[in-house]
Design a binder for this molecule. Structure first.
Ligand code: ADP
Ligand code: MG
Length: 323
């Protein structure tokens, strides 16, 4: 079982930031309103994700770290109506197969928490433990048993930054949940629950990038684009401040990026990029978010509708900003 999970881990768990992503998405799936993340040594030393979600029953804990033990997919029909982030039950067993993994969880209403430790995919210990309601996952020695993967990791500071970016992307899409990130013992950010998008952005972007942001909310034929977009006068030479989401998930998508740029056509110089955070919402059966296990890429059925909805949204923001 260990080897099979290690192979799957290569798909799901490319680097420390993939671990952060999978664990935080699990916390959100569990209804958490508070998620605290700790990263040490670029994630190779330690990754901790603690939440106040509904927890896992003690009897289910071992199953949760076993291959394909998802609680989120019950029937075949669910496949086309995936409401939660996870639906394959691969993340925890994959992570546990390439690390020293512990999980402690207390189901809401339960008297005790349960603890399980997995090393290289094998259960190495379990006991009753203490924890406030919620779940705490600790991942140590990531990739220590897969030297090939270890070799692909970048400098510690780069991996730290990727973990930070990953959590930032998720936090922007979940304003109702509070988040914190601590790297090497230093608190990088702490976001209270129920902040609006503009307030959250100010934690992540410098003031100059937050100036001249206009909100938009555009709907057409069941597709909706909402978020904030920057005035062309505030355009910058860096392109990493265009953050795209589909149905709440961070994505990287050329079609969507093209639609954003199209809306600014004629307003930007060739090497200038606007700022934008754009959430596209569309019927779940008109988008395939499972092209790759890391779930960053998407495929759309109605590409022209995606394009025109996004362009419509940005144009709406620009109409106000350039007025
Ligand atoms: P998936 O998210 O695809 O279902 P995972 O391997 O990520 O698969 O998680 C396996 C299962 O463990 C989940 O379906 C869920 O039941 C449980 N689980 C994982 N993390 C948490 C958490 N933070 N809180 C509550 N339950 C969790
Ligand atoms: Mg999951």
């Amino acid at each position: 079982p260990g080897l099979k999970n290690q192979i799957a881990a290569g798909e799901v768990v490319e680097r420390p930031s993939s671990v952060v992503k999978e664990l935080v998405e699990n916390s959100l799936d569990a209804g958490a309103t508070r998620v605290d993340v700790t990263v040490e040594q670029g994630g190779r030393g330690l990754i901790v994700v603690q939440d106040n979600g509904r927890g896992i029953a003690a009897a289910q804990l071992e199953l949760a770290v076993t291959r394909h033990a998802t609680s989120k997919l019950r029937t075949f029909e669910d496949l086309s109506a995936i409401a939660s982030f996870g639906f394959r039950g691969e993340a925890l067993p994959s992570i546990a197969s390439v690390s020293r993994f512990t999980m402690i969880s207390r189901e809401q209403g339960a008297a005790d928490a349960a603890f399980i430790e997995v090393r290289g995919g094998e259960v190495a210990g379990r006991r009753i433990a203490a924890l406030a309601a919620g779940t705490r996952v600790e991942v140590r020695e990531l990739f220590a048993n897969t030297p090939a993967r270890l070799k692909f990791l970048k400098a510690e500071s780069t991996e730290n930054k990727r973990c930070q970016d990953t959590l930032m992307r998720i936090a922007l899409a979940h304003p109702g949940c509070g988040f914190s990130l601590t790297v090497n013992g230093r608190e990088v950010f702490r976001l209270p629950a129920d902040q609006d998008l503009a307030t959250r952005l100010r934690t992540f972007w410098p003031p100059s990038a937050c100036e001249g942001l206009g909100p938009f909310d555009f709907e057409r034929l069941g597709y909706r684009a909402h978020g904030v977009a920057g005035s062309p006068a505030m355009a910058q030479s860096r392109g990493d401040r265009i953050l795209l989401y589909v149905n709440g998930r961070p994505v990287q998508d050329k079609l969507m990026l093209g639609a954003v740029r199209q809306a600014y056509k004629g307003m930007l110089l060739s090497r200038e990029y606007p700022q934008a955070v754009l959430f596209l919402e569309l019927p779940r059966d008109e988008v395939d978010v499972n092209v790759h296990p890391a779930k960053l890429e998407v495929r759309f059925i109605e590409e022209s509708r995606v394009f025109s909805t996004i362009r419509g949204g940005i144009v709406q923001a620009l109409a106000v900003l350039t007025d």
